[in-house]
Design a protein around this ligand. Sequence first.
Ligand code: ADP
Ligand code: ZN
Length: 204
Amino acid sequence: MKIILMGPPGVGKGTQGDRLSKRLEINKISTGDLFRYHRNQSTELGILASTYMDKGEYVPDHVTIGMVIESIELTENSKGFILDGFPRTIAQATALDNEIGDTGGIDLVIHMVVEREELIKRLSGRQICQSCQALFHSDSARSKIYGKCDLCGGVLYQREDDRPEVVEKRLGVYSKETEPLVEYYKILGKLTEINADGTPDAVE
Ligand code: ADP
Ligand code: ZN
């Protein structure tokens, strides 16, 4: 099973990707998580990526494609994978087709849809645990103790790119670069649209 989770920043790809990955027992490959991992490790890739991420811009295609293809090759003997945050450009989609075309290609593209106002609310209030990456929200999912993780007591922080100016930028880049992929996968007959405007349980 090879699945793509598509949708704008804040739509809940990460959360639903984790759930789906447990349910189907297949790996999730998240480009955002991979880039953040590299940034934390201060690898060459991470240092390069963070200059784009902090501004809300996409990391250049050749860098992103190389990283994802490598991860896909590592899952070769498993039952499949879920892609969260990839592809986001036509060039990335084409590269993916070339890579996995001979093993049947993508089975399903899940397009998650939520209104713009709601996305902005979700992103601007989002708080993440520095130690265990658990997600909280300053309105809808507050931690019991302000600034501390309920699960592990770690410090909560706001992602650099969840600041309001950067959120606007990310939504703009998404419309321009990634929205066209909806049509691309629709024509291929692989697209399923779901309304992601509910609690994580409801969406699942
Ligand atoms: P979101 O989906 O909320 O924007 P992610 O955590 O998926 O956030 O991605 C964070 C950042 O990582 C993006 O803003 C971008 O800079 C970079 N990134 C992630 N996936 C890609 C991709 N497929 N192509 C280019 N850049 C990417
Ligand atoms: Zn934690």
